[in-house]
Write a protein that binds this ligand. Structure first.
Ligand SMILES: C[S@@+](CC[C@H](N)C(=O)[O-])C[C@H]1O[C@@H](n2cnc3c(N)ncnc32)[C@H](O)[C@@H]1O
Length: 230
């Protein structure tokens, strides 16, 4: 199980911030852009109104940028890595998006402040997952949406296939290009040690979310879960 000490995780993302987008697009053959776009498309299609939006674990901000298409009155992009936020500020600056440095385990927001909370490829890295999910639940309005896109652990033959890709190919290229000694080794370990989508959905249900839709991508390794706060 990889160490998930908050300082260690945030330092790792600080280190890879300059090359994060480039490697992300390369490793997913640009599909990551499509997955984020689809989240905004689905939310628009739902017909719901999202005046207040929080993109948590926002990183370099690609999901937050897609969420602008929902025309929210307020959109907050929060992350605990100063360098990921700085990259977003420098390269994707947008007057409407408010950048906030915060740990998901202790969000500096009011109860019921948001109509929508999204987390893109972040929950796998949360150091206290349940506590972070409880925080998301707290800052969401009742009836508000919680959308998570993540690389989950899968089973069977796919696991072996992706294990080879994640543990043999990605670390070699990722660590070299990013200049990090272990970030992309951590990535493969964190996927292998994370929950399956079913286990994650169950945990969310216990906390008070209702799963409304699940979308499989990348042969089921990447899943998007749409949940409602009940
Ligand atoms: C893999 S990146 C994802 C970035 C972006 N959401 C995307 O879709 O590409 C994960 C991000 O989660 C952030 N993160 C991890 N744990 C966190 C926590 N406990 N609180 C806030 N941010 C966290 C990291 O700093 C990093 O920027």
């Amino acid at each position: 199980m990889p160490d998930k000490f908050p300082k260690k995780i945030s330092a790792m993302f600080d280190e890879i911030a300059p090359t994060y987008d480039k490697l992300n697009h390369a490793f997913t053959l640009n599909l990551d852009k499509k997955w984020r776009r689809e989240i905004a498309d689905n939310l628009i299609r739902s017909g719901m109104k999202f005046d207040t939006v929080l993109d948590l674990a926002t990183g370099t901000g690609d999901l937050a940028a897609e969420l602008l298409r929902l025309f929210p009155e307020k959109i907050v992009a929060a992350d605990f890595s100063a360098e990921m936020l700085e990259f977003q500020r420098l390269h994707k600056s947008n007057k409407i998006i408010e950048l906030v440095r915060a740990d998901a385990a202790e969000l500096p927001f009011q109860e019921g402040e948001f109509d929508l909370v999204t987390v893109g490829f972040g929950v796998r890295n949360f150091h206290e997952l349940k506590r972070c999910l409880l925080e998301v639940n707290r800052v969401l309005k009742t009836g508000g949406m919680f959308v998570v896109i993540e690389m989950f652990r899968s089973g069977g033959i796919l696991n072996s296939l992706f294990d080879f890709y994640f543990s043999r190919i990605m670390p070699v290229i990722g660590n070299k290009v990013s200049g990090s000694s272990n970030a992309y080794t951590y990535l493969s370990e964190s996927v292998n040690n994370f929950l399956t989508p079913e286990e994650f959905a169950r945990m969310c249900c216990e906390i008070g979310f209702v799963l409304t839709q699940r979308v499989n991508n990348f042969l089921g390794i990447v899943n998007t879960l749409y949940m409602k706060k009940s």
